[in-house]
Design a protein around this ligand. Structure first.
Ligand code: BES
Ligand code: MN
Ligand code: ZN
Length: 490
């Protein structure tokens, strides 16, 4: 991961291969007179000639500076309403470009910044430099570019800035881990691998860990989770991490993640087109693990439990069939209408399992429905809860994290759609309100504690290359989980 540090040298004097100067729309040069002088007025002229206007994502690359930075890129912030969001976006873009240029290191300057802004910039720089190259052969020596390994943020070296830097590094580590796990192909990122990753986190930060396999889940009578896992030869894993930063008797926040390392749909098999994206069906679980990586570094004063339901959904002679009825841990019977509605089956037993921790609140995150993508696109995650205050808290956390969410209903009127002829509930209500009926199904199992569900099917990964996010995982819901937790520290 990118190593970010802070330094208080003036931008005109910093010896670097590449300096980014972030400026708002219609910039004035009062803050960077020194730099303007070092470029013999190139900055003033660029702005006067309107080569650079400071519009969002705009970049102007200048070279030929005699001393100080060897390259300078003016980077537009646009009209800034939310400074943290604008800096994060620009820093992501800066690091992405520095990585492409192959210069190995970069420096960021954006005038006076607060510790919180330092944190946002750090998060952006780490996100922008993130890539998954583990499985590619290295390019021939002559064409090889240096990956971006170091970045320096210019700011006054106060203790507070260091706190901002540390927070950004923790969140950046969590998001980078979540993205790596998500990007790893299903044959490498198996339920077993997720369990090993959790064990590694637990070991490094002295957290508690429990992993249930098939046998242990049978003993727990988790017939719903096991119905999904019965079609795969891989050992399913119910992974539980326990972070204890609060008082021993303080009720924990419980985070639950869907961890389908591959979802073929099972007997209700998916079409071949785009099926490869279903390696991303563990992004909820990856977000839980990423959050625990960050928790280990941040050590906030409260208790958090993470639960990941990890398996794959495969068609086979032993797989569950449409029409089958299974019994979940909480005793409810489920008619399986569609084996591709497997995430809710896995989460049902994870949510029942959560109850033993006497949670203060439970939030689950899952790439649960294509219907949520239709409803909210790739911009916002869906939030479902009967607790309006909890919804507001989650929306605010998402906003702070730059991972927006938006509420969808969870009204009893929708329950009708998942009534079964033979069982207590069925696992698919068909196409109408597909994201809502999935949440309504989960509600049957999230009993005895305040609960919210996040549908991240549209936000956890991108199928196309975007300005700040390359094709692949976004890190969602890691940032929102961390902000939610932070918001509850008193
Ligand atoms: N993992 C999918 C949901 C999904 C779809 C995630 C697209 C990301 C992008 C989930 O397991 C699924 O297949 N859901 C079905 C439910 C249906 C059968 C009731 C869906 O959304 O079509
Ligand atoms: Mn599915
Ligand atoms: Zn799925």
């Amino acid at each position: 991961m990118l190593a970010v540090s802070i330094n208080s040298v003036p931008p005109a004097e910093v010896g670097t291969a590449l300096l980014f100067v972030a400026l708002p729309e219609n910039p004035n040069l009062s803050g960077i007179a020194g730099l303007d002088a070092a470029t013999q007025g190139a900055l003033t002229r660029s702005i006067e000639m309107k080569d650079f206007r400071g519009s969002r994502d705009e970049m102007l690359h200048l070279t030929g500076i005699v001393k100080g930075p060897r390259r300078l890129i003016l980077l537009g912030l646009g009209v800034v309403t939310d400074r943290r969001a604008a800096f994060k976006r620009a820093a992501t873009l800066a690091a992405r470009n520095a990585n492409r240029l192959g210069v190995g290191e970069m420096v960021w300057y954006s005038g006076q910044i607060t510790p919180e802004e330092t944190e946002s910039i750090t998060i952006g720089l780490i996100a922008g430099s993130w890539e998954y190259a583990d499985l590619k052969s290295p390019a021939p020596e002559a064409e090889r570019k240096k990956p971006l390994e170091r970045a320096v943020i210019l700011t006054s070296n106060t203790d507070d800035s260091r706190k901002g830097l540390a927070g950004g590094q923790a969140i950046g580590s969590g998001q980078s881990l979540a993205r790596r796990l998500a990007m790893m192909p299903g044959n490498l990122c198996t339920p077993e691998y997720l369990a090993e990753t959790a064990a590694d986190i637990a070991k490094r930060y002295s957290m508690g860990i429990t992993v249930l396999g098939r046998k242990e889940m049978e003993a727990e009578r988790m017939g719903s989770f096991l119905a999904v896992a019965q079609g795969t030869p891989q050992e399913p894993k119910l992974i539980v991490l326990e972070y204890k930063g609060g008082k021993p008797n303080a009720k924990p926040i419980v985070l639950v993640g869907k961890g389908l390392c591959f979802d073929s749909g099972g007997i209700s098999i998916k079409p071949a087109q785009g099926m490869e994206f279903m390696k991303f069906d563990m992004c909820g679980g990856a977000g839980v693990l990423g959050t625990f990586e960050a928790l280990g570094q941040m050590q906030p004063a409260l208790n958090v439990i993470g639960i990941v339901g990890a398996t794959t959904n495969m068609p086979s002679g032993t797989a569950m069939n449409p029409g089958d009825v299974v019994k979940a841990q909480n005793g409810k019977s489920i008619e399986i209408i569609n084996t591709d509605a497997e995430g809710r089956l896995v989460l049902a037993d994870c949510l029942s399992y959560a109850k033993r921790f006497d949670p203060d609140v439970v939030i689950d995150a899952a790439t649960l429905t294509g219907a949520c993508v239709i409803a909210l696109g790739h911009t916002a995650s869906g939030v479902f809860s009967s607790d309006d205050a909890l919804v507001a808290e989650i929306l605010a956390a998402g906003k702070r994290a730059g991972e927006p969410a938006w509420p969808l209903p969870l009204w009893d009127d929708y329950k009708e759609l998942i009534k079964s002829d033979v069982a207590d509930v069925k696992n698919s209500g068909g196409r109408p309100a597909g994201a809502v009926t999935a949440a309504m199904f989960l509600k049957e199992f999230a009993e005895g504690y305040p609960w919210a569900h996040l549908d991240i099917a549209g936000t956890a990964y991108s199928e196309t290359d975007l300005v700040t996010i390359p094709k692949g995982p976004t890190g969602v819901p890691t940032g929102m989980f961390i902000e939610f937790i932070r918001g509850r520290v008193r």
